[in-house]
Design a protein around this ligand. Structure first.
Ligand SMILES: [Zn+2]
Length: 494
């Protein structure tokens, strides 16, 4: 059913232009909002009673690694480990419980640990099983020698980082067999998102890409709007098939579309590889006091030019301020369109350039909660230029919020709360002057169309309370009564 008449819904005033005091009806025809007005005459389509609940456009998470997010639940959670010794204790517990399974852990953040994560520390655990511990920021793996051997990586004493890790990561699934990333698991994960009011995601998963989503769709695992990115190693195949950003993927319906070309131009804060104009505080264990770029300027421009010539937007991961500046230079030189992903640390002038160039800032507010201590330690002089939402909106940059799940949970309400309050854990707000309003944060978590109106896609969410009302952007979020994608009910029911 993609046509129905929704009765008695209050409109959430997302664009701030005022909405009717009394509930209205919304006529949904073939997956689109055809009419919004009080007391619409029936047209034979089924009627759904909203009973005065609040209607707004559905939420988007613009930065997700969906396969990894699906896997996260099955993984050993190391986010709470405060030292290598604590992480090892958790690994030992898991092996005592399941001695015949490899240990895949996730979430450790060794920046603040008293000791470095070393291969020999994991080798001291008495097991024949591979142990693979994936850092909370995704930028390195801490492996035991058996895992290094299994993944055909040279032996070493430290972690496997950046490019070497990303290609090893892609081989991890093969090592584990079908480990919960099949169509059923992917559908379940989308259903969980729909229960939070999510109607769409941009999937920036490292492996798989468009082909994987085509087979998921064939297997009946399609649910949400999905924009699927390709990486440089899959760019040739995408171009060969003539897929442009926005095109429906072959064999799928119009929910599954080609997304951007994703380019990882620098590293991360916690791994000290984000590329910065000023050096990190403290030692530089990897030998790059400023972090470093992953491509030469020529390589970056070549990729942007190739994508642009073939109708693809770009999504350039840039966390350090020098990486953001360089990405903007390259975008200006090549005429590329798209987004900077993360834009965690920015220079004031680069925010203005972002607006001038029409580049979207795709930022994940929950990271400001996770990274505030690491920032105070590693970038003690520049926290005021991190997650600069206020500057971005004041300068007219188009802002798109997301989670970077599994780095943070796939939960747009958490993103909104962090963007509005600059804290979600009871600590004092972190650089409160960069906060944005609840209305701004909600708008940045939708497709950008504003208050529900005729002509919009029927990607909608119905809430028990006004999200601009007493909720105030503090978790827990308002209850989601129903979510529709293209007029199909994907969660709940009114
Ligand atoms: Zn990411």
């Amino acid at each position: 059913m993609t046509s129905f008449l929704l009765r008695d819904a209050r409109l959430v005033d997302l664009d701030g232009s005022g909405t009717p005091d009394r509930p209205v009806d919304a006529r949904i025809v073939a997956g689109r909002v055809a009419e919004v007005a009080p007391d619409l005459p029936p047209d034979g389509a089924p009627e759904v009673g909203a009973e005065g609940r609040w209607l707004m456009p559905g939420l988007w998470d613009q930065h997700v690694h969906l396969t990894q997010w699906s896997l996260t639940a099955a993984r050993l959670d190391l986010a709470g480990a405060r030292s290598a010794a604590q992480a090892v204790a958790l690994v030992r517990d898991r092996l005592a419980e399941w001695p015949d399974l490899p240990v895949i852990g996730w979430g450790h953040r060794p920046t603040d640990w008293p000791e470095d994560p070393l291969v020999s520390t994991l080798d001291a655990i008495d097991t024949d099983q591979p142990v693979v511990l994936i850092a909370g920021d995704g930028h390195h793996g801490w492996l035991n020698s058996i895992a290094l051997l299994t993944l055909a990586l040279p032996s070493r004493e430290g972690v496997v980082a950046e490019g070497e890790w990303f290609s090893a990561y892609a081989r991890l699934a093969t090592m584990l067999g079908d480990d919960g990333t099949g169509p059923e698991a992917i559908l379940r994960t989308q259903e969980q998102a729909a229960a939070l009011g999510v109607v769409g995601i941009t999937d920036l998963e490292f492996a798989g890409g468009p082909d994987e989503w085509v087979s998921r769709w064939e297997a009946g695992a399609g649910l949400l709007q999905v924009r699927v990115a390709a990486y440089a190693d899959g760019l040739g195949a995408v171009i060969e098939r003539g897929l442009r950003t926005g095109d429906v993927l072959p064999g799928c319906d119009d929910r599954a579309r080609m997304g951007p070309l994703k380019i990882i131009s620098d590293g991360s804060l916690n791994t000290r590889t984000a590329w910065c104009s000023e050096p990190y505080a403290g030692p530089a264990p990897l030998g790059f006091p400023h972090g470093q770029p992953n491509q030469t300027p020529e390589e970056l421009r070549h990729l942007l030019r190739r994508a642009t010539e073939h109708g693809l937007d770009v999504a350039v991961h840039a966390i350090g301020d020098l990486a953001v500046g360089e990405a903007l230079d390259a975008i200006a030189d090549t005429g590329a369109r798209g987004s900077i992903e993360h834009a965690q640390l920015v220079r004031r002038d680069d925010v203005r350039r972002m607006a001038d160039l029409g580049v979207t800032a795709s930022v994940q507010p929950a990271h400001l909660v996770d990274d505030r201590d690491a920032t105070d330690r590693l970038w003690p002089d520049r926290g005021d230029r991190c997650f600069a939402f206020r500057w971005m909106l004041d300068d007219g940059v188009s802002l798109a919020l997301g989670s970077d799940a599994p780095v943070a949970p796939l939960d747009p309400w958490l993103a909104v709360a962090a963007a509005v309050h600059r804290t979600v854990d009871g600590r004092e707000p972190w650089y409160a002057e960069q906060a944005i309003t609840l209305r701004e944060a909600l708008a940045a978590s939708t497709a950008g169309l504003g208050t529900v109106a005729a002509g919009h896609p029927a990607d909608l969410v119905l809430l028990d309370d006004d999200p601009l009302g007493s909720w105030g952007g503090r978790l827990p979020a308002p209850t989601v009564a129903a979510t529709w994608v293209g007029g199909r009910l994907v969660h709940g029911g009114a």
